[in-house]
Design a protein around this ligand. Structure first.
Ligand code: SF4
Ligand code: SF4
Length: 220
């Protein structure tokens, strides 16, 4: 899921500036789980904005604001309120904000900072495990990603700074490459550890990425 957190309220007020009537959009998926843009946070934001003298012309919590067609349909039901709006404040990830930008000709503001693609460890605890590099090497690293979980993103490790299995950048954290070694040993695949990885083809990560499928098959 996409991990996000709310910008400081003072910053939100600054970006809204003189805009008086604000429409709020939250997201019922990732931003709800991150407690940054769910129903509860949208209502709280509404009250805080009203407390600062703003008018809230309406609000909606959309299921996956990043889904452009679905958001278009949901926002159509709020056409009248949106017409009376000076700015839309989106409490969803950056992809969600850009969905609304594409759909509406009024100013669209981001209320959240989008942080990373995260695993949910438990409620309210998230960890980055994948950087979406476009060329996955997990099959050779025992299912542990060095690109993301090694502080230096090293493809061959551990580096000389590893100490007692801990990372030199953050001694609280286990070295990713020690974890990879232990995992491969556990799987009886240590020979894989001897392999030297060639330079990664980072051209596969060139942005913006797109994927177009036809009947489940990639056409672009
Ligand atoms: S190698 Fe790491 S960053 Fe790349 S796709 Fe696999 S898990 Fe994600
Ligand atoms: S100690 Fe391990 S995790 Fe830390 S930077 Fe070096 S190889 Fe990466």
């Amino acid at each position: 899921m996409i991990i996000s957190q709310q910008k400081p309220f003072e910053e939100i007020l600054t970006i809204l500036g003189e805009k008086k009537r604000v429409f709020l959009i939250g997201c019922s998926l990732c931003a709800t789980l991150c407690q940054s843009g769910g129903e509860e946070q949208v209502i709280e934001m509404k009250e805080r904005l009203i407390g600062e003298g703003k008018e809230v012309s309406g609000h909606v919590v959309i299921e996956a604001v990043c889904h452009i067609l679905n958001s278009k349909k949901e926002l159509a039901a709020h056409k009248a309120a949106l017409k009376e709006t000076d700015a839309v404040l989106v409490m969803a990830c950056g992809a969600g904000v850009q969905t609304v930008t594409e759909l509406k000709k009024i100013p669209v503001m981001a209320a959240l900072d989008t942080l990373f693609l995260g695993n949910v460890k438990r409620f309210g605890q998230f960890e980055e495990r994948c950087s979406l590099c476009g060329e996955c090497i997990l099959n050779k690293t025992g299912g542990i990603c060095p690109v993301t979980t090694c502080s230096k993103g090293l493809l061959n490790g551990p580096c000389g700074g590893m100490h007692d299995g801990k990372c030199e950048i953050d001694p609280e954290r286990d070295c990713a490459w020690v974890k990879i070694y232990d995992r491969l040993e556990e799987l009886g695949q240590l020979e894989t550890f001897e392999e030297i990885f060639a330079l990664k083809d980072y051209s596969k990560g060139i942005k913006p990425k797109a994927l177009i499928l036809e009947r489940g098959k990639k056409v672009l």
